[in-house]
Design a binder for this molecule. Structure first.
Ligand code: F6P
Length: 354
């Protein structure tokens, strides 16, 4: 079914498949942008980092948060709100991340950061954020436009990660970026539409999730944000509901909610994301949980990261989720690009001034 290339092309008039295929090149370009970052902020000047953004931009920040968790000596917090927490002050580095540069919550948080006297860096393609930050004399990392924010994860993540290196918060990541580009270049030749179902994991997994409710499980500290990314991509690209949760937390509540109603539980198709750095006990929890839900849910699918470095492994899982979301869109005959409901929301919000 998913081997019908004409059907794929018909449901992808705006080229989201192409954008996903080009992720390795995007990461290469993002790497060059990262190398050119030149800031005078040093690790000792700050006692915390707050990355403020929404949607795809927040995911980029959240992936950085998890990536640096065991290396960075200052807390990294992701803020997805109009305002920043009261602990933001002159020792805080606030990174305002918005691909469009026009997301209202991020613009509002930027103003809040300014009012609180924080050190500010903006990462954006342009829009009001770039305009304001340049006018206010803050450093702006400018990334290329022309993509949907969720398709620009390379741009919203890699320069941010390299900023952490430049500031001296984490050791260099060059080798990891280079490996990531290689791993993704290899994976796209395995996941692309031309590869038939029997050899294409992305297509096979999509067929399992089709007409089901995808439930994506990650593990705290490793795959937690990747699970969130899968959920977001399935919602926005496939226009299907999807939910995610994280081990071990879900073992303390969600696992109990698997008894009734049976006809709804029977539609759950679970994807468990695995990585070699998963906490041993959480890996065991995943196995036990699988046994507990077997026969109740429609199915459980184990997916393992590929690659040596942490970065390559992270992106290997992200990439599979991206392809799955596009194939699922194809099966539902949806164009992955438009996000009509968000457009309606934004228009309605624009009509209402406070
Ligand atoms: O990165 P931006 O442009 O601030 O957008 C944030 C999020 O907002 C949306 O544009 C929709 O509101 C998402 O698609 C996107 O991920």
């Amino acid at each position: 079914m998913l081997d019908n290339l004409e059907m794929i092309a018909q449901n992808d008039p705006s080229g989201m498949f192409e954008a996903v295929y080009n992720l390795p090149e995007q990461i290469q370009k993002a790497y060059e942008i990262g190398k050119n970052i030149s800031v005078d902020i040093k690790a000792e000047d700050i006692d915390k980092v707050v990355i403020t953004g929404l949607g795809g931009s927040a995911i980029g920040g959240n992936l950085v948060r998890v990536f640096v968790l065991d290396q960075c000596k200052v807390p990294v917090i992701v803020n997805r709100d109009y305002v920043l927490p009261a602990y933001v002050n002159s020792k805080t580095l606030v990174i305002a991340s918005s691909y469009s540069g026009n997301t209202e919550e991020t613009l509002s948080a930027y103003q809040d950061a300014k009012a609180k006297g924080a050190k500010i860096i903006a990462i954006t393609t342009g829009g009001k954020l770039k305009e304001m930050a340049e006018k206010d004399g803050y450093y702006v990392i400018t990334i290329p436009g022309g993509l949907q924010p969720r398709a620009a994860l390379g741009y919203s993540f890699i320069p941010l990660l390299m900023l952490f290196v430049k500031i001296g918060l984490i050791p260099p990541v060059d080798d990891q970026i280079e490996e990531t580009i290689k791993v993704l270049s290899d994976l796209r030749e395995r996941y692309k539409p031309e590869v038939p179902e029997e050899k294409n994991l992305a297509k096979r997994l999509t067929l399992k999730l089709w007409n089901k409710l995808p439930i994506i499980y990650g593990i705290s500290g490793t795959t937690e944000v990747i699970a969130e990314r899968w959920k977001g991509q399935i919602c926005e690209n496939s226009k299907s509901p999807a939910y995610f949760n994280v081990f071990s937390e879900l073992n303390h509540n969600e696992i109990v909610g698997t008894e009734s109603p049976k006809h709804i539980l029977g539609l759950f198709e679970i994807v468990m994301l695995h990585d070699v750095e998963d906490h041993k006990r959480n890996a065991i929890r995943m196995d036990i949980t699988k046994d507990l839900v077997k026969g109740v849910v429609s199915g459980v699918n184990d997916i393992y990261s590929i690659g040596n470095s942490r970065l390559a492994r992270m992106f290997s899982l992200i990439y599979l989720g991206d392809y799955v979301s596009l194939y699922l869109a194809t099966l539902y005959q949806n164009d992955p690009t438009p996000v009509k409901k968000i457009d309606i929301l934004k228009n309605k919000l624009a009509e209402i001034k406070d």
